[in-house]
Write a protein of this length. Structure first.
Length: 266
């Protein structure tokens, strides 16, 4: 990862929480502690953040409170090859003329590229997904109403009587913070509330998660495993996770990203 890209991720991360540790930034960028400490020092000298013991913090408190979880700009740099393969597999389930819901997220965002050649009716709460499809496809696009959360690039409404209730879809595509035996997990109560409304508007729920999400956990459960119809993930999924889905009668689609072979070759 280039220095400029690391700096962008670091600056985005410090806007998301009071203090970001060096260890957190190493995990986000896959860089060494020594590299991250140099980056923090450089950004501190440029007065773009404040260096603190063990990490960094934003110069100013964000004006708007964001949602719990990683910012979109950070998440989109992680597991990108796997996300692209998963999104291609998800898009193959979409048919011209069909109605679909695409929940906001960095994995679901990758669906916009294969959908560029389709003519679907798309309902989304993601500003980037809607904008891209409007500019680069002939899909019909409908946006949900509500507040735009800048860090996650998602639109959420706290009201029950919003436009969500007027759209029906054959399938809903969504990502998640984590996926385990207890079900699909998210990090923020407002996300849970909005996504549960969307799930209720679709016949089938298709979950797009890279294999790392099977190890993630959160304190909030969005829905149980038996509400999920299909899970699309990459070839890094463990036998244990695959068996868990099979036991819950969830259809598993493994998208071949080639990432694991590349890592072994490296």
């Amino acid at each position: 990862m280039h220095e400029k890209e690391r700096h962008r991720i670091i600056l985005s991360a410090v806007q998301d929480r009071p203090v970001v540790t060096v260890v957190d930034l190493c995990n986000l960028t896959q860089a060494s502690e020594a590299t991250i400490r140099r980056d923090i020092a450089a950004l501190d000298a440029q007065k773009k953040l404040r260096r603190v013991r063990g990490g960094a913090e934003a110069i100013a408190t964000p004006q708007f409170v964001g949602l719990a979880g990683r910012p979109f700009a950070v998440s989109e740099t992680m597991h990108s090859r796997e996300k692209q393969a998963i999104a291609r597999a998800a898009s193959s389930l979409c048919e011209d003329g069909g109605s679909i819901i695409i929940n906001g997220g960095t994995t679901t965002f990758q669906m916009v590229h294969p959908l560029a050649s389709r003519r679907c009716q798309v309902f989304t709460n993601s500003f980037p997904i809607a904008e891209h499809l409007l500019k680069h496809s002939k899909n019909t696009v409908m946006l949900s109403g509500g507040v735009i959360y800048r860090e996650q690039n998602i639109i959420l409404s706290p009201f029950d009587n919003d436009v969500t209730r007027n759209f029906y879809a054959r399938r809903m595509f969504m990502g998640a913070q984590g996926l385990g035996p207890i079900g699909l997990m998210e990090a923020d109560p407002l996300l849970i509330q909005a996504e549960q409304k969307l799930i209720g508007q679709a016949d089938e729920l298709v979950v797009l998660v890279d294999s790392s999400k099977f190890a993630n956990r959160s304190s909030l459960v969005l829905c149980p495993l038996n509400r999920i119809d299909t899970v699309i993930t990459d070839e890094g999924i463990s036998d244990k996770a695959a068996a868990m889905l099979e036991a819950a009668d969830v259809t598993l689609i493994v998208a071949q990203s080639g990432a694991s072979q590349q890592e072994q070759a490296g």
